[in-house]
Ligand binder design. Structure first.
Ligand code: IPM
Ligand code: MG
Length: 392
């Protein structure tokens, strides 16, 4: 290919991604209200173990969830659907982020509990396919990634609203190597995509009386997309007079989270996708690491609950998967229960986790054989739930 042909090929790719994003904008505009779980005859909850440490930690969450919803399964209000096949082996075999049959099954479940999945990158033994997480968020339009981090004794009580379908992730697998020397990626911000995440964050801040929302961008440098994101979030903020809005750049935000005097002032954050990804790992570290942090991926029709971390292939390679920490998935299960309106059950599980992780700590997970196994910790949580139920 000569240079002109290379430029033409890049144009062609740009044309393709612009058209696909414009079609997405149309689809977003057509979306109606949020699903009402109470109106369903039966709520199907998909349980998808993923790969790496995924199946090990998901098993403990599924066990707790099945126990807590047992009466509703018996009365026919709730059913569980186990979804296999989201393993890296299967995805690599069919060359797709989510194999078609798995996607079909996922779409039958308005609510999904999902274990981590391995995300390939160039040089891995796997084909460099798109992340299953990212694909699922896009396919099911799970636009809000909600990630709470709490360390009560340090005054930390943060809730991150990470935009989950746009930003650097929207076309993360569709960049262009224009020539051997020039590569270009795309970042996407849409009006609807920004307004819907901002509205969800402000609604939460309003209902939970948080009093403050911080918008995090790098709008001084990434002027077009981050600039738009900041402006639209601020506009939505004006509709909430009970909430103080401030805005910070992502770089200084990473610093201020370490500043013990300032960090308590933060309450609710709204962030574009990539900044949200980065900063929630940092934030989780204050709480005991990513292994302790759950996350909700909320859309209008579907909701998916998962750990904030990846599949830890290193732990599996070193034979340590049985020592993986199930707390991230268990925290995600608290969010799931709360999201489907089973608040009492969510509170019960949360209380049990606070006892096991912070107050009583009869067992400690270290990720190695000097700590408890995932199963043992799951047993501990189950016993604690049952003890709490007996006290009532
Ligand atoms: C997360 C993860 C994912 C992401 C990976 C596994 C693709 O880091 O959920 O934060 O980047 O979003
Ligand atoms: Mg991440």
């Amino acid at each position: 290919m000569d240079m002109e042909q290379k430029i033409a090929a890049a144009h062609e790719q740009f044309d393709k991604v612009i058209r696909s994003q414009l079609a997405r904008v149309e689809r977003m505009a057509e979306q109606k209200d949020f699903i009402d779980y109470d109106k369903l005859d039966k709520l199907t909850i998909g349980v998808c173990g993923g790969d790496g440490i995924g199946p090990v930690i998901t098993k403990e969450s599924a066990r707790v969830l099945e126990y807590l919803l047992d009466d509703e399964v018996k009365s026919g209000k709730v059913e569980f659907k186990v979804i296999d096949g989201l393993t890296i082996e299967h995805r690599a075999e069919v060359g797709k982020a989510i194999p078609d049959d798995v996607l079909e099954e996922l779409k039958q479940c308005p609510v999904i509990l999902k274990g981590p999945t391995t995300t390939p990158r160039a040089g891995d033994p796997w084909p460099n396919i798109e992340s299953a997480n990212v694909a699922m968020r896009k396919e099911l339009d799970l636009f809000a990634n909600v990630r709470p981090v709490k360390v009560p004794e340090k005054g930390i009580d943060w809730t991150f609203y990470r935009e989950n379908t746009e930003g650097a992730y929207a076309l993360g697998s569709q960049g262009v190597h224009v020539t051997d020397d020039l590569s270009v990626d795309f970042t996407v911000t849409t009006t609807e995509g920004t307004e819907r995440i901002a509205r969800l964050a402000y609604e939460y801040a309003h209902k939970a009386k948080k009093g403050k929302v911080s918008i995090i961008t790098k709008a001084n440098v990434v002027k077009t997309t981050d600039g738009k994101f900041l402006k639209l979030c601020q506009e939505i903020g004006k509709e909430y007079p009970d909430i103080v809005t401030d805005d910070w750049y992502i770089d200084i935000t990473t610093a201020k989270l370490i500043d013990e005097k300032r960090r308590r002032d933060f309450k609710v954050f709204i962030l574009p996708n990539l900044y949200g990804d980065i900063i929630t790992d940092e934030a989780a570290e204050f709480q005991g690491g990513v292994g302790t942090a759950g996350s909700a991926n909320i859309g209008k029709r579907y909701a998916m609950f998962e750990a904030i971390h990846g599949s830890a292939p290193r732990m599996v390679a070193e034979g340590r998967d049985k020592y993986a920490d199930p707390c991230s998935m268990l925290r995600a299960t608290v969010m799931l229960l709360s999201h489907i309106g089973r608040q009492e059950k969510a509170d019960l599980l949360e209380q049990a986790l606070d006892i096991c992780m912070f107050k009583e700590k009869k067992l400690v997970i270290t990720g190695r054989d000097n700590g408890a196994t995932c199963r043992e910790f799951g047993d501990y949580v189950m016993e604690t739930i049952k003890a709490l139920q007996e006290q009532k």
